[in-house]
Design a protein around this ligand. Structure first.
Ligand code: DAH
Length: 339
């Protein structure tokens, strides 16, 4: 009996020692100490042992059991520890590795300039409205007092869809559309894409953007126009900016003017940005022509107004001192990332 117990013990201890997985240990436990286990069957055969030897044998079985249980426990701890150590090693984080930088998108310089510009006029009570890019000749030309023989109507300048429909060459048609709606007074800003049949170069593109402004109310005078655009120039280009109104001609305004601002770079002394003149042209404007008001259903004896048109790209190029308009359309990320 004693020998049998010793064999069971030795064999069990060896198996436990050789085990590498917790599941193996469980199998061993069941096979030795379980209900039908080897050690348990020894206990069951106690009835064959002489009564006087039973305490001794019982003691031996208990000792064997304790020894095996202790070994099982030790091995369980060892395997668990080894597994954890292995896991820790696998999951080690090298905090000195450079992180993966998240790249955020951002606004295009044209869009930044537009939002800055809108902010100025919204602050003066203007509403931002949009008009269609595919437009009727009627709105793009006719209602704006641009006669049939006007050079702007030439196919060399305008993309026609058919005789009556075209890609708008300016944002001014939005003026006619808004006036025609008849809700007065009017104070709107209308940014958008325009199209002209131009070759691409540093200052031209067949598609660019304008921002149109229109104010119609009673007693609007040239002084309102000058005050408004002067304020805009100061807010947009800087407090020290001065404006100069040069007489010009647009069919839909009378009188008309082009506006120059003192160069924000050199302050008017003359530099590369203003090409030495100290002044930079930024927009066209004027008092809405009475005939235009009339055609759009507004009584010129009761109402008057002013309008202006800003070339968005022009303003963006100036603001960021970019010398080639094509850079705004190529969308080279290395260029765009600078804004
Ligand atoms: N539409 C003109 C252009 O494309 C710009 C312009 C000039 C707009 C005077 C106006 C204005 O509203 O009053 O050249």
């Amino acid at each position: 009996m004693k020998e049998k117990l010793q064999n069971i013990t030795t064999e069990a201890l060896a198996k436990i020692e050789a085990a590498t997985e917790i599941s193996e240990l469980n199998d061993i436990k069941v096979a030795i100490l379980g209900k039908k286990g080897e050690l348990t069957s020894v206990l069951k055969s106690m009835k064959d042992v002489a009564p006087e030897d039973r305490p001794k044998v019982g003691q031996m079985v208990n000792d064997a059991r304790q020894e095996i249980e202790a070994k099982l426990e030790a091995k369980t701890t060892a395997i668990t520890r080894a597994a954890r150590a292995e896991k820790m090693k696998r999951e080690t984080i090298d905090v000195t590795l450079p992180g993966v930088k998240k790249i955020d998108g951002h606004r295009h310089p044209n869009q930044i300039a537009l939002e800055d510009l809108e902010r100025v006029f919204i602050g003066m009570g203007y509403e931002v409205v949009e008009g269609p890019e595919v437009e009727y000749d009627k709105y793009n030309f006719e209602l704006l007092n641009i006669p049939a023989n006007h050079p702007a109507k030439d196919e060399q300048d305008t993309f026609y869809i058919n005789k009556e429909i075209l890609l708008r060459t300016q944002t001014s048609p939005v003026q006619a559309r808004i006036m025609e709606q008849g809700k007065l007074p009017i104070r709107i800003l209308s940014p958008g894409r325009v199209f002209r049949s131009d070759e691409v170069d540093a200052t031209h593109s067949p598609s660019f953007h304008q921002v149109e402004g229109l104010v119609i109310d009673k007693n609007i005078t040239m002084a309102d126009l000058k005050g408004t655009l002067d304020q805009f120039a100061k807010e947009f280009f800087g407090e020290k900016t001065k404006t100069k109104f040069r007489p010009h001609h647009f069919p839909f305004t009378e009188p008309s003017a082009e506006v120059d601002i003192t160069c924000f770079k050199c302050g008017g002394k003359g530099c590369r940005v203003c090409k030495g003149s100290g002044w930079i042209e930024i927009l066209g404007c004027g008092m809405v022509h009475p005939h235009v008001l009339e055609m759009c259903g507004i009584d010129p004896n009761e109402y008057s107004g002013f309008a202006f048109g800003i070339g968005l790209e022009r303003v963006t190029l100036l603001k960021y001192e970019i010398d080639d308009m094509r850079l705004l359309y190529e969308n080279d990320k290395r260029f765009l990332d600078q804004f």
